[in-house]
Design a protein around this ligand. Structure first.
Ligand code: ADP
Length: 247
């Protein structure tokens, strides 16, 4: 619990820091990009100076992508809450990724048709699941199986599992995996913000996140969320302002 608390505080302070810095950083990058493009254009194509300007532009563009991730990382609180069927979100997410990311792996989906809804922010949750799927696929360069599973837990919570048969994580990587900016991927590929963003989203939804990983065998990330109370519409019993059974 202590570790979880520390992680939450770390995320919160990083979130507000990130939000503040990202905005100013955008202006800085805009100036670099603008000047480098304007001056680069006047250099002869293929010349060393032109290539140097092109490198500056590429680096600034990469910086821009990182700023974008930082901004979405800073948005920690669910922006919009509604009752959600996570099976639908998973189906939508996988059909979006089907032709690109998921084309390289085998997909096994076991979705509980009776899965209870949760309350939350659809776009934040889809983004989190997409991050997990991308990580899983990255971990399986030689193909493998991505498993997506949903189920109701007895406790009134639901569980979503994203499993892969990829490289897995040794203990030292697993320990740091949630840390913002921790990545084992080559520069330009990983930002190290994926799992920390997933963690923030889960936390903002009062959920839990667990990662099990075996080097050489694969990884399984389990997300658990409290199921939504049945809505008034569903029960049809409680008029506005009416008194329901107390908890
Ligand atoms: P990024 O994907 O940009 O590196 P993440 O925060 O998503 O950032 O992940 C941090 C690190 O955790 C990754 O670089 C990788 O080493 C490890 N990791 C995450 N997911 C997996 C997975 N499914 N299998 C193996 N390693 C993983």
């Amino acid at each position: 619990l202590q570790a979880q608390l520390q992680q939450t505080q770390k995320m919160e302070s990083l979130g507000s820091l990130a939000g503040g810095v990202a905005h100013d950083m955008n202006n800085v990058l805009g100036a670099i990009l603008g000047l480098a493009s304007a001056h680069g254009e006047h250099q002869p194509p293929g010349s060393p100076t032109r290539r140097a300007f092109e490198t500056i532009i590429k680096a600034a563009e990469r910086g821009g992508k990182m700023v974008k991730s930082l901004l979405s990382f800073a948005r920690q609180n669910p922006a919009e809450e509604q009752e959600l069927d996570m099976n639908t979100i998973l189906r939508e997410e996988t059909s979006l990724l089907e032709r690109t990311t998921l084309a390289k792996v085998r997909l096994e989906m076991t979705l509980d048709p009776a899965l209870r809804p949760i309350r939350g922010d659809a776009s934040a949750l889809s983004h989190a699941l997409m991050n997990l799927c991308v990580n899983a696929v990255d971990a399986m360069p030689d193909r493998g199986t991505l498993t997506l599973r949903t189920r109701n837990l007895d406790s009134g919570w639901i569980e979503i599992e994203v499993g892969d048969t990829g490289c897995g994580m040794p203990e030292d990587v697993l320990k740091k995996a949630l840390d913002p900016f921790f990545t084992t991927k080559p520069a330009g590929k990983g930002t190290g913000l994926g799992l920390s963003m997933v963690y923030s989203t889960v936390n903002a939804h009062h959920g839990q996140m667990e990662i099990q990983s075996e080097p050489g065998l694969g990884t399984r990330v389990s997300l658990r969320f409290p199921a939504a109370e049945p809505s008034r519409n569903e029960t049809g019993a409680l008029p506005e302002g009416g008194t329901g059974p107390s908890q």
